[in-house]
Design a protein around this ligand. Sequence first.
Ligand code: HEC
Length: 222
Amino acid sequence: MAEKKPSVWTSISFWRRSAAWVTGLATVLLIWLTFDTMAQIRMGTDEELAQGVKRRIPAPTVVNYKIDYKYDEKRGVEVPVIGPEKQPLFGKEMSPKEAAAMLHLGKLTSQAKNCMDCHTLLGNGAYYAPDLTKAWLDPMWNQTMPAMTGKKTKEEAMVEFLMHPEKYPTHARMMPNLGITEEEAKGLVVFLKHMSSIDTNGFPRGFSKTTKEFETGGTYAK
Ligand code: HEC
């Protein structure tokens, strides 16, 4: 009687070879993904921005532009629309150096005051308070907050809110006064406006629909 050939599934060399192949392919894939991610998350330069080059993370001078948020039919998500119209903060366009310095100050302040203790930034942090990724685009800053604070512009109203959040409650939970100085608050405004310009593949999903004025006929409808 002929000997029965053992099944390939019991062959040690088969499993050895498979393991080597899977490890090899996964390594190549991970290296490729790493380089792809690095390229995608690299911050653009001020020159690129001035030439209208689109990057996921635009240069700090993006805060000199009007930033809008529109539904992209093709991608099926909301994406930031930068410019071409300018909308400088605090009535003056920032040079690349100024914008970078203010963005840096805002980032350091967000770390020093631990905004992530309560908020999420780009999805990281705590769930006590609203996600701040697109906070700059919250229609609340257009009319509601300027009216509450008696300030004329969106950015001035945001500075006032950040310095005295306990005076202007808009949610059921209240943000405490964190002792933020005016300069730090301005840095935070630059930080938040810059963050709102980042193409996050539509995160947080349905942001426009979750903002209050949208429901009452705001301008952020698609
Ligand atoms: C102790 C918790 C806590 C910390 C820390 C905190 N916040 Fe808040 N924040 C809140 C709560 C609660 C709200 C919602 C209350 C409100 O809008 O009146 C809020 C609201 C906000 C809003 C308005 C969001 C919107 O669009 O409706 C902004 C902007 C904001 N915080 C920025 C910050 C920044 C920047 C920091 C760090 C410097 C920070 N917060 C730290 C609790 C916190």
